[in-house]
Design a protein around this ligand. Structure first.
Ligand code: SF4
Length: 128
């Protein structure tokens, strides 16, 4: 099994190496239990990973669909700092398949053309 990187690596910017090569030539993503078997340029079930350039790569790294300050009560936290705000950041793609998903149009979207570029360092500055 290969090593995986989040963020940057010495080999290639934002490269994600967490897969194995199957006898068929497809790459099997090992990032979650779905273990998608992907042909070249095929997008995984989640929409967030793609078999590209000989590896399983993130499609949405540094790309966000939403950024807002929400009331903390909107989050699945139990009685945590009531009355305060929390920074919510989202992107497209999800490996779940909940039938009741309230963010279906975002979580299941395969389009990334409308996403806004924002790297983690910028997000930290916004959060501060
Ligand atoms: S759903 Fe996404 S993260 Fe999970 S195995 Fe498939 S491509 Fe990888």
């Amino acid at each position: 099994m290969n090593v995986f990187y989040l963020g940057t690596s010495s080999k290639q910017e934002n490269e994600w190496i967490f897969h194995r090569t199957l006898k068929s030539g497809k790459l099997q993503c090992l990032a979650c239990p779905r273990h998608c078997q992907l042909s070249d340029n095929e997008i995984g079930w989640c929409g967030a990973r793609i078999n590209k350039n000989g590896g399983i790569n993130p499609r949405t790294y540094g790309l966000i669909s939403s950024l807002a300050v929400d009331p903390i009560e909107k989050k699945p936290l139990y009685h945590f700092l009531p009355g305060t705000g929390i920074l919510s950041i989202g992107s497209t793609g999800c490996n779940m398949g909940c039938l009741h998903c309230q963010n279906h149009s975002i979580s299941m979207s395969r389009s990334i053309s409308s996403l806004r570029k924002m790297m983690p360092e910028e997000l930290v500055q916004v959060a501060l």
